[in-house]
Every structure is written in structure tokens, then in C-alpha cells.
Write a protein that binds this ligand. Structure first.
Ligand SMILES: [Zn+2]
Length: 80
């Protein structure tokens, strides 16, 4: 039986190739879902931010150089 040397490695990895393509497709779908969820989160944060009667307190979880404030109601940071 004659073998095509160039095709041989692909034939050997047929299952792996199929799985790889499936996973790439799955990842692409998940990325689209993630983008949609991120957009929805931003949208809701924006709505809550404008509706909340903020009460600012120093953000103790922030260890950066600058003092940051977080709202006790909506838990969002104060945008200066
Ligand atoms: Zn608030």
C-alpha cells in the first residue's frame, strides 16, 4: 500500500484535529457570549450609577497611592 508522506501526519491526528476545530468553534461562541454579557453589565452599571443616591466611603480594598471612594449602596467607585 502506497502512502502519501505529506498527508500521513494529518491522518494520524485526525481525532485531535476534529477536537481542535470543535474547541475553536466553542471558544468563538463563548467569546461572543462574553462580549454580550460585558456589554449588558456596563449598561446596567451605568443605569444604577445614575439612579443611586450615592453615599461615598473610603475604599479599604484599594491599596493604591490614591484614596478611592466606593458607594455603600451600589458598591461602585466614585468617578472623579
Ligand atoms: Zn451608589
Amino acid at each position: 500500500m502506497k502512502r502519501e508522506p505529506a498527508l500521513y501526519p494529518i491522518q494520524m491526528a485526525e481525532n485531535e484535529m476534529r477536537e481542535l476545530n470543535n474547541l475553536r468553534g466553542e471558544l468563538s461562541t463563548l467569546k461572543k457570549q462574553m462580549t454580550a454579557v460585558q456589554q449588558k453589565i456596563k449598561e446596567l452599571e451605568g443605569k444604577i450609577y445614575t439612579k443611586c443616591d450615592h453615599v461615598w466611603t473610603i475604599d479599604r480594598t484599594n491599596v493604591g497611592e490614591h484614596t478611592e471612594y466606593v458607594c455603600v449602596h451600589c458598591n461602585m467607585s466614585k468617578t472623579v
